[in-house]
Design a protein around this ligand. Structure first.
Ligand code: GLV
Ligand code: MN
Length: 218
């Protein structure tokens, strides 16, 4: 009986879609993205093998701190397939986040990836919120790691007096980022005021105020 159940379980794994992984597995060694191709598929078309070079697998953009002199006091530098074409079909990517003292990487989600951060420098208050609205939060410091499960809203805040930085790893070549406040209050075309007023239980004047603060270019 046990052998029979195991056999059923095993055959289910063979036929079920790969729902436990993020990006699909690759079917070849490399498929360097042709970012200019008109062919649209789940990922990017591969460029001809003869045109592939080491530059397709290289990026130095995470070597230096990003400029954090903006309204949030933080900057995310992505190292995904759009920057490293060699990541196409490999299902992984990184980013670096720099935080000024007091800086916030505001609440956001990645629809296609779980994220693991490793603190390079400083101390951060980090957290995510489950679908049961439970906040899982911790203060993490240099050398420590924290996980933000796929799709859940999360944030990092530098409450220290010194700058902070993390390297974030994702199980997707292009995790996608949806910043909650910007998605709701700075969408194009705009989300109607009455929707936001009702959702947040505030007046339309307050909605307009938030919209003007988050308008692109502000
Ligand atoms: C941090 O949360 C990031 O998305 O880089
Ligand atoms: Mn994130």
């Amino acid at each position: 009986m046990a052998t029979f159940s195991l056999l059923i379980l095993f055959s289910l794994f063979l036929v079920l879609p790969p729902c436990l992984v993020a990006d699909p597995d690759q079917l070849q060694d490399i498929c360097v993205a042709d970012l200019n191709s008109d062919v649209k598929l789940n990922g990017f078309a591969c460029k001809p093998a003869a045109k592939v070079t080491e530059a397709d697998f290289f990026f130095k953009g995470l070597a230096t701190a990003g400029a954090t002199n903006n309204t949030m006091g933080s900057l995310v530098t992505a190292a995904n397939v759009e920057k490293i074409p060699g990541l196409n079909t490999l299902g992984v990517s990184l980013s670096r986040v720099d935080y000024a003292p007091g800086g916030l990487n505001p609440p956001h989600t990645h629809p296609r990836a779980t994220e693991v951060v490793f603190v390079l420098d400083g101390t951060l208050d980090v957290g995510f919120i489950t679908t049961a609205n439970k906040l899982i939060a911790k203060t993490i410091t240099k050398g420590e790691v924290f996980v933000f499960p796929r799709g859940l809203v999360h944030f990092q805040k530098n409450n220290g007096a010194a700058p902070a930085a993390v390297i974030a790893a994702f199980n997707s070549q292009l995790p996608g980022t949806q910043s909650i406040a910007v998605a709701l209050f700075a969408a194009t075309p705009p989300v109607p005021d009455h929707v936001l007023a009702r959702a947040f239980q505030i007046g339309s004047k307050e909605v307009e105020k938030i919209k003007s603060r988050l308008a692109p270019g502000k």
